[in-house]
Write a protein of this length. Structure first.
Length: 285
């Protein structure tokens, strides 16, 4: 016996009424699923096959038990379902439609993903995490994006523009995939999804993570409005790839506006005094 899982919220602005199987977990870094507990009291498998690493469900791997209160302590029936209705990202629709673009304020930004010298690159640059966080660099007096570290890993954005970013993953043989790309500071509209060659300008899925796909022909395209001043990281959500250079930062709006839009709370100034006054017992030493 298997659940039909309703994906009501992939992310807080996306709704899908009914899908029978979730079979692309890599797309679900947002991890918000709503499951109606409307089946008979029993034990049910929760299973997900990863695309890398040990597959299958032998010996309990890749498996969990969803146990209703009152069910006996036992494993579910040992049936294994075949996914019959795979979730397609293009089936997702936003709760609110994106603004109609007027054509005069759009900025097109191609991002070329690569792999060089043992590291990932975006537009030819490996992202090396700076010793001073980017926002702190700005708060400390950096004047524009070219002053920020790491050099080459910043793209300045003007406010009140529609930014359209196209992922060029044609180097897929080198970079592999799919990579789940996450953007901070914005939800974005997925105009073109991985595995699709059509664009949806009417009701594109709204996400904050999107797959790069696995084909050299994939040209995943996203859009967002620049209405949130700040330094926003775009990065592969696989941590090993992030620390290996797979990131870039958008410096959105003029720096004085970034500072005023991201005020440092007073509590932050108290962190060091509070910590310095902790006793050795409080520090667990
Ligand atoms: Cu990755």
């Amino acid at each position: 016996m298997y659940y039909e899982m309703s994906v009501l919220r992939v992310q807080h602005e996306t709704k899908l009424e009914l899908m029978k199987e979730i079979s692309r977990p890599a797309l679900f870094f947002d991890r918000k699923l709503i499951l109606d507990a409307n089946q008979p009291i029993n034990n049910y498998w929760v299973r997900a096959n990863p695309n890398v690493g040990p597959r299958d469900f032998e010996g309990g791997i890749n498996s969990a038990i969803l146990r209703y209160r009152g069910a006996r302590i036992a494993e579910p029936e040992p049936e294994i379902s075949i996914p019959v209705n795979q979730l397609q990202e293009t089936s997702l629709a936003p709760l609110t439609l994106p603004p109609v673009e007027d054509g005069t304020d759009r900025v097109d930004i191609p991002l070329v993903f690569g792999f060089s010298g043992g590291s990932f690159t975006i537009n030819g640059h490996k992202f090396v995490p700076p010793t001073v966080p980017v926002l702190l660099q700005i708060l400390s007096g950096a004047k524009n994006a070219s002053d920020l570290l790491p050099r080459g890993s910043f793209i300045p954005l003007e406010l009140n523009k529609t930014v359209q970013i196209t992922f060029d993953a044609s180097a897929v043989a080198a970079i592999g995939g799919p990579h789940p790309i996450h953007l901070h500071g914005h939800n974005f509209d997925v105009i073109r999804s991985a595995g699709s060659n059509t664009s949806n300008y009417f009701n594109p899925p709204r996400r904050d993570v999107v797959s790069t796909g696995v084909a050299a022909t994939d040209k995943v395209t996203i859009r967002f409005r620049t209405d949130n001043p700040g330094p926003w990281l775009l990065h592969c959500h696989i941590d090993l790839h992030l620390v290996n250079g797979f990131a870039i930062v958008f410096a959105e709006d003029k720096f004085p506006n970034i500072i005023s839009s991201n005020p440092v709370p007073d509590a932050w100034n108290q962190l060091c005094p509070i910590y310095n006054n902790l006793t050795t017992a409080q520090l667990g030493q």
